[in-house]
Design a protein around this ligand. Structure first.
Ligand code: ADP
Ligand code: MG
Ligand code: MG
Length: 213
């Protein structure tokens, strides 16, 4: 049976730490156009804190590990993305909370984890798709992940389709006004610009894809 082992989940976080540094300027540039220009900095602050503690935290179960990651983002990052991504990671491991430090996760469980994470963002953000937020990437991605896998696609193939759906979702944020977040205040002037959170979400999903066996 296909299993995502504990190391997969650690490697993903290691790469998210790297992503937050490498793409800091790009996320900030997007946020400068329609927000307050700190999205790159916010992610960088959060994942630097994760980096400091990674050696200690990776001894935990998948759920324990992601709870720590999420808590760090929640505690250290101001702004909307800290609490939203923080909540995502805090709840991400909940469907596999009974597993031990060396246990892996089946693909069905992985899909449940993704759904749980996205649902908490909806709840915390009181938001849904079509509002020019990270959910425009995450919701179609996770829906596609589930439907592709249930339709018979192999795990990594289903995730590839999810990443593509997320990128389409990201692109869809260009042509809509924001009804959540700071870009709301711009009204029509937000048109023509990608949403920064949708952009970071698309790249986060790609990291989850890249490390899949
Ligand atoms: P802030 O806007 O507080 O400066 P960031 O710049 O780090 O925080 O993050 C902005 C991103 O957060 C937006 O691009 C959007 O994707 C996301 N966001 C903001 N509000 C919401 C919400 N209510 N629901 C979902 N995502 C949101
Ligand atoms: Mg901002
Ligand atoms: Mg801010």
């Amino acid at each position: 049976e296909y299993v995502l082992d504990k190391q997969y989940f650690v490697d993903v976080v290691k790469d998210l730490i790297k992503l937050a540094e490498d793409r800091k300027d790009y996320f900030t540039e997007l946020d400068s156009a329609i927000g307050d220009g700190d999205h790159g900095m916010n992610l960088s602050i959060g994942f630097r804190e994760v980096d400091k503690n990674l050696d200690e935290w990776q001894k935990e179960s998948v759920n324990g590990f992601y709870k720590k990651v999420g808590t760090a983002l929640l505690d250290k990052v101001g702004g909307s993305s800290g609490p939203l991504y923080g909540s995502f990671f805090m709840k991400f491991g909940l469907p596999v909370k009974t597993k031990g430090p060396d246990d892996g996760v089946t693909f069905d469980e992985f899909i449940e984890m993704m759904e749980t994470g996205v649902n908490i963002i909806k709840k915390r953000g009181k938001s849904t798709t079509g509002e020019k937020t990270m959910l425009d990437t995450l919701v179609p991605a996770v829906e596609t992940l589930k439907s592709a896998y249930e339709g018979g696609a192999a795990p990594k193939e289903a995730m590839a389709k999810a990443v593509e759906a997320g990128k389409d979702g990201l692109e869809s944020t260009r042509n809509i006004v924001a009804t959540k977040g700071r870009a709301m205040r711009l009204g029509e002037r937000a048109i023509g610009h990608l949403d920064p959170g949708a952009a970071s979400s698309a790249e986060i999903l790609e990291v989850f894809y890249n490390h899949m066996p």
